[in-house]
Design a protein around this ligand. Sequence first.
Ligand code: GLU
Length: 482
Amino acid sequence: MSSSDIRVRIAPSPSGYLHVGTARTAIFNWLYARRFGGKFIVRIEDTDENRSDASLVKPILDALKWLGVDWDEGPYYQSERLENYKPYIAKLLDNGYAYRCFCTPEELEKERERAMAEKRAPKYNRKCLHRSGEEIAELLNKKTPFAIRLKIPEGVTSYDDIVIGTITRENCEIEDLVISRGDGSPVYNMAVVVDDYEMGITHVIRGNDHISNTFKQIHIYRALGITPPKFGHVPLILRPDKKKVSKRLGDKDVTEYGNEGILPEALFNFLCLLGWSPKDDREYLRREELIKIFVLENVNPANPIFNEEKLLALNKHYIKETPDYQLAEMVAPLYVAAGFTTKYWLETRWEYLLKIVSLLKERSRRLTDFISLGEYFFHSEFKYDAEAVKKEFTPESLKLLKSLCEEFENIDAFVKANLETALNQLAEELGIKKGLIIHPTRLAVSGITVGPGLYDLLETLGKNEVIKRLRRAIDYIQKAGG
Ligand code: GLU
């Protein structure tokens, strides 16, 4: 097989949104395909009607697209392939590797309870394997419903996992698994084998929670006389409390990260580093670079922990690296949605938006920080931070703000160098530290205590706005009895 014949897939079940675990598996598969010039396929595993929700398919596909994980084939839908599975199931019945099981759910449940009471692992007792031909014919004649089970041979089974190495299991640990339900529909393990075979999948890369399925699937492949693909089981992502990341525990789906201001390239980079590393100290790796250096064999089988702080640090880096004009495109709709401004206003003041973006990008860890840190760029009726007011809006600072306001009124070229000189001179004349003027001034013009360099901020707001805001603060302090 040449490397360009590599075919891998992601096979989400639409029983939930695209979870970070599945997204990371998709990324590993995608990188593997892209690295070797192979194909990446999307297959929707929706045969379990009770657990599948068709309305979740689009959000899953949209989330993959948002992450930049594009596919070469598909999406294929298992539910549209039900006819494809039948000949394989029939073949297994014909060649004696499978048998009909007429046991009722009640009988099976009783058997299970007995095993539990006797402290044995529940396992099908093979009652139907030993039925005579006549017995079977009679049951079929009476139209007794039946499932079909695969007969697991004796012995041990091993396979070489790309990530974990050789894994061996005693066959007796596996019961004769149902491959087809009473209504003739295939169960997950059967459908996956047929799909992976018919779709020419060469490498199955998926979460390590599927290892026990892999053994079952290997038995199905063997019974069908088909060579199984290669398997690589990647570690599961754990929460900081060591529990498996799951929707049930309130963990987020991929699009939620987008809504919270995470850039797709940051999440992509972060997820890649969960369980894999380039074996040097590089952390910021864009997808083009990852395609060149990602090695599936180097995935660490130990389950990694999802550290949101690290994701934010990566995101901050990517925000800083994003050109201002691109950030402006991303942030503009957020400002409109937050009600700070309108699309039209921004379109006519694009230079101003670029300036805001360039000032805030240094300290933003999420795109949404541009909202929490930037409201004052759009209107002057903001509230002052209450804690900061106590500290910065004192009778002393009232005098300082008044003096500074007078100084600023006399400046014609309202550029940062001139503003800095004016403020420095004032501090010098009064024989005080600059900070005593800087902090109340920042609070007066922005309402908060953090933000870009003060002089940049003042220049961007412009003379009229700065004077207006200084006067507003002076008024405020006076009214408060300062
Ligand atoms: N549909 C399975 C899941 O969502 C994936 C199975 C596989 O990759 O073989 O977990």
